[in-house]
Write a protein that binds this ligand. Structure first.
Ligand SMILES: NC(=O)C1=CN([C@@H]2O[C@H](COP(=O)(O)OP(=O)(O)OC[C@H]3O[C@@H](n4cnc5c(N)ncnc54)[C@H](O)[C@@H]3O)[C@@H](O)[C@H]2O)[C@@H](O)CC1
Ligand SMILES: Nc1ncnc2c1ncn2[C@@H]1O[C@H](COP(=O)(O)OP(=O)(O)O)[C@@H](O)[C@H]1O
Ligand SMILES: [K+]
Length: 547
């Protein structure tokens, strides 16, 4: 797990380091500039082999200050450097001003405009140091025009020019992953400012992984600027995340890669070699009526493949034959319309998965209420996990408080953005403004009194206390084939199956692992994936992990 710092948290870390007297702002800026150059040379070794030419686009804050450091260091290495500044040099903050002055002793600075860029000599490298964590509103139009002019320039071999961004491609909000200008002016089309490599400092920021971040950043490299390690306590394996900071779900601990056998491997119940089937949990999945059972069956299959000892599918009597034709290892029970859950579920059911394919109706509401009312009983030391997905959420669309009143801490809601909007209309994507997806999920979890997993290529998992994790199917873990009907049902089943054993770690940890394995299955299967393939790919993924 890697900590993700918001802009304000990053400023606080930097300020604390400066207040402690161990480092000055100028030193941090120097390391930041050097870090960008080191990353560029390591990403494009040919740039390190001879002096080239760079355009350095600088802005009115410290991001611009980093740009002037980069300009100076490249010039000292023999490069031709042409810096452009947006804003007034006299108004630069102190460290940026100092670096502007050091550069001014070496060369000139042009104003950052489309016309000036059109007239510039073709560079080998373009450095974007206009805005970083300090961007507070859409890009000024002169900057927007300057960026779009880069794409129209008549330079020979324009497409082979390398582009690197300092902290982020300017225009990206690093807290939300939004590109405000694009959203307002072009209905969300990402046209602003694409780069090939983004170098950020100390830790990644949420915006590198949320929303448009992965589309505009190219690849993300973290440069160490000597602010010290982030506190490993906050990213303890198997512990819930820190209440204020968010963490990125990945096999990393305290800055080092972890063998997947340890994470996620050691959290999978069957990585421990003893026990009988009930030690690995009994998952009960509810399926819809005739012709509507596929979603429930997908979830059940995922739960069983994830390692649950026993999985039972519950369906209306009319759907019994249909399900019996599909299922062997999964047990099957019929639950008549007015019958109570107790008639099919005993104390040994340790996890429920309810919602996929059930239908939006009163019966679903009633079943959800009965599931949420169940407690650990005599054979379990804790309450059963309850995964509420799809129609279990939709059935409470008009009255979400009725659902929240029943949720307990072992409950997890797994909405996609549409389902989320029906339960939390004021936190919906269209209403979010500057609120990040992470903070929206946090507020939702606090309101619901349980864990919320908000799906998407960027999946956020948040707890009522404020802990939050971000799982990103991005960069080298892109998984576009997961956008397929039924993939969410599989995820719900995976969470139930992984969290079902009595000995499983806390719910958010198991949900993180489910999200991770879901994408591993998609990546392992590759193009052409459909939802049925996901559970069938799990054995291969488990073997690759070393189980
Ligand atoms: N925080 C840290 O620990 C470090 C920060 N560094 C650099 O400093 C950057 C942050 O510096 P700043 O906080 O000065 O922020 P920025 O340099 O990102 O931008 C802030 C400036 O831009 C203005 N501004 C913001 N949005 C605008 C808009 N849409 N139109 C016009 N003007 C706008 C602000 O009023 C302010 O003057 C980081 O991204 C990073 O590059 C590095 O030097 C290393 C250490
Ligand atoms: N572009 C994408 N990249 C990676 N994962 C995705 C993408 N689109 C959707 N997903 C994932 O696929 C699943 C889709 O779930 P959902 O929207 O509930 O679909 P369904 O209801 O059809 O099962 C979620 O886990 C989501 O995170
Ligand atoms: K930038």
């Amino acid at each position: 797990m890697t900590e993700l710092l918001t802009s304000a948290q990053m400023r606080a870390v930097e300020q604390a380091a400066m207040d402690s007297g161990t480092v000055t702002g100028l030193e941090l800026m120097e390391r930041a500039g050097q870090g960008v150059i080191d990353a560029a040379f390591s990403h494009w070794p040919e740039l390190a082999q001879a002096a080239h030419r760079a355009l350095v686009l600088c802005g009115p804050g410290n991001n611009g200050g980093d740009g002037f450091v980069i300009a100076r260091l490249l010039k000292e290495a023999g490069w031709e450097v042409d810096p452009f500044l947006y804003g007034d040099a006299d108004k630069l903050p102190p460290d940026a001003k100092a670096n502007h002055q050091r550069w001014a002793a070496m060369g000139g600075v042009m104003e950052l405009t489309a016309e000036n860029l059109q007239a510039a000599v073709r560079p080998d490298l373009i450095v974007d140091a206009v805005f970083g964590t300090g961007l507070t509103r859409p890009l000024p139009s002169v900057v927007q025009q300057a960026f779009s002019s880069l794409g129209r320039n008549k330079w020979k071999g324009r497409t082979s020019i390398r582009r690197i961004a300092v902290d982020c491609p300017s225009g990206l909000n690093l807290d939300t992953g939004m590109v405000p200008h694009d959203l307002e002016k072009t209905g969300g089309v990402i046209s602003t400012n694409l780069t090939q490599l983004t170098v950020t400092f100390h830790t990644p920021k949420p915006g590198h992984y949320l929303g448009a971040g992965p589309l505009v950043c190219g690849a993300v490299v973290i440069a160490d600027i000597g602010l010290g390690p982030s506190d490993p306590e906050r990213s303890m394996l198997g512990q819930p995340p820190d209440d204020r900071r968010a963490r990125l779900v990945e096999p990393v601990f305290a800055g080092s890669n972890l063998p997947p056998r340890i994470w996620p491997g050691s959290f999978v119940s069957k990585s421990r070699r003893n026990g009988h089937k009930f030690n690995h949990g009994h998952v009960m999945v509810f399926a819809g009526g005739v012709g509507r059972g596929g979603a429930g069956r997908l979830a059940a299959r995922a739960a069983l493949r994830a390692g649950a000892g026993v999985v039972t599918l519950v369906c209306p009597p009319s759907a019994l034959i249909e399900n019996a034709c599909h299922l062997d290892a999964i047990m099957l029970r019929a639950l008549p319309k007015d019958a109570r859950l107790d008639s099919v579920a005993d104390d040994r059911v340790t996890a429920f998965c309810i919602g996929p394919g059930l239908g939006v109706n009163d019966r679903t509401r009633d079943l959800v209420a009965q599931v949420l009312a169940r407690r650990g009983g005599t054979r379990a030391w804790r309450d059963p996990v309850v995964v509420l997905d799809a129609d279990a959420l939709g059935s409470f669309a008009g009255d979400p408080v009725a659902l929240f009143d029943q949720c307990h801490p072992r409950t997890i809601l797994t909405p996609h953005e549409g389902e989320f909007a029906r339960l939390f209309p004021d936190l919906a994507l269209s209403q979010r403004g500057d609120l990040s997806k992470i903070d929206a999920a946090r507020q939702a979890a606090a309101r619901a009194g349980c864990t919320v997993l908000l799906k998407g290529p960027d999946t956020v998992i948040a707890t009522p206390r404020g802990g939050a994790s971000l799982h990103a199917a991005a960069y080298d873990r892109n998984a576009p084939w997961l956008a397929t009907a039924g993939a969410g049902d599989v995820l719900a089943g995976l969470i139930a199956g992984l969290a079902a054993p009595d000995t499983s770690a806390d719910l958010i940890t198991m949900a993180e692992i489910a999200a991770y394995l879901h994408v591993e299955c998609a990546a392992s299967f590759g193009p052409g994936l459909i939802a049925e393939d996901l559970p069938e790919e799990l054995p291969k993924v488990f073997r690759a992990i070393g189980l």
